[in-house]
Design a protein around this ligand. Structure first.
Ligand code: ADE
Ligand code: ZN
Length: 321
């Protein structure tokens, strides 16, 4: 069965926002533990609210949800729960995004956030990287200030990314701060072509010099760009259930993943914000496999791509590839 084959494949997950792994049950538990009011009476009420028409609908609820995260232990518990869930899906390596500005703006210290996350990463059996994202609806100066705050913790931060509301916030807005991050030895990624145009993917490559593109769906609108992404072997971290829930695709049968594979793009399958989009990594593989008729060979390519696109050292590469 397809489900068993997917479950048996060792995988890496390269596009996962740790705050997006906050399950409704933990949302309630932390709200109670911390005395934070939430506008829901039951877990079912919460799930009913996860009905999105676009990225911004989701982001509004996502930023509200992370308001229950206050202490180092909260960030530990959140991360430990995700890592256990990922391990159950036979994920061997994870590259986790976090949104420090979503926490520091609420008065939670940068050190509290990174302390809890890294303590959970250190306790886990699977290997990991940590990627700090800048919120693109905020200014570049605010991203610069966030990078300043991260300086004492750079030994624990492997890369920077760019997330939040894409339309109207092109990658070039963050040219300076990405150049500084590069100078600090950090890997660079950016969400591009989720809702924004193919030109944002080009800007992420040309202006930010990113090592991977997160999503990249709309790159398919530009033939020349597709040829370049294939030629340069740029990894795309695609998120099928996210795309469906945020109406980036109308139905899973119309998801571009098969076309991407057929072009020879280095695509990977990831869960993005699994607590909000209805499935962890294996559920994402199964959803596209069923809707697009992907076979075992395709699924094995996707899993292999996930390790090839990862920021692995030589010893880890040898272990996984
Ligand atoms: N933040 C969390 N998930 C995101 C997504 N899919 N796109 C942009 N920003 C995000
Ligand atoms: Zn994302």
């Amino acid at each position: 069965m397809m489900r068993d084959f997917v479950a048996g494949l060792p995988k890496a997950e390269l596009h996962l926002h740790i705050e997006g792994s906050l399950e409704p049950e933990m949302l309630f538990a932390l709200a109670e533990r911390n005395g934070v009011a939430i506008p829901f009476a039951t877990v079912d009420d919460v799930r009913a609210a996860y009905d999105f028409s676009n990225l911004q609908d989701f982001l509004d609820i996502y930023y509200q949800g992370m308001g229950v995260l206050l202490t180092e232990q909260d960030f530990y518990d959140l991360t430990a729960a995700y890592l256990a869930r990922a391990a159950a899906d036979n994920v061997r390596h994870v590259e986790i995004f976090f949104d420090p500005q979503g926490h520091t703006a609420r008065g939670v210290a940068f050190g509290t956030v990174i302390g809890g996350i890294t303590r959970a990463l250190d306790d886990a059996a699977i290997t990991s990287r940590l990627i700090m994202c800048f919120l693109r609806h905020l200014s570049e100066d605010e991203a610069e200030a966030t990078l300043d705050e991260a300086l004492p913790y750079l030994a624990r931060i492997d890369g920077v990314g760019l997330d939040s509301s894409e339309a109207g916030h092109p990658p070039a807005k963050f040219a300076r701060v990405f150049a500084r991050a590069r100078g600090l030895g950090l890997k660079l990624v950016a969400h591009a072509g989720e809702e924004g145009p193919a030109d944002y993917v080009i800007e992420a490559l040309d202006v930010l010099d990113v090592d991977r593109i997160d999503h990249g769906n709309r790159a398919l609108e530009d033939e020349g760009l597709v040829a370049r992404l294939v030629d340069e072997g740029v990894c795309l971290t695609v998120c099928p259930l996210s795309n469906l829930k945020l109406c980036v695709v109308e139905e899973m049968g119309l998801h571009p993943l098969r076309v991407m594979l057929d072009h020879g793009l280095k695509v990977t399958v990831n869960s993005d914000d699994p607590a909000y989009f209805g499935g962890y990594v294996n559920a994402n593989y199964v959803a596209v496999a069923e809707a697009l008729g992907l076979g075992r060979a395709d699924l094995a390519v996707l899993a292999r791509n996930s390790f090839e696109g990862a920021f692995l050292g030589a010893e880890e590469r040898a272990r996984y590839l």
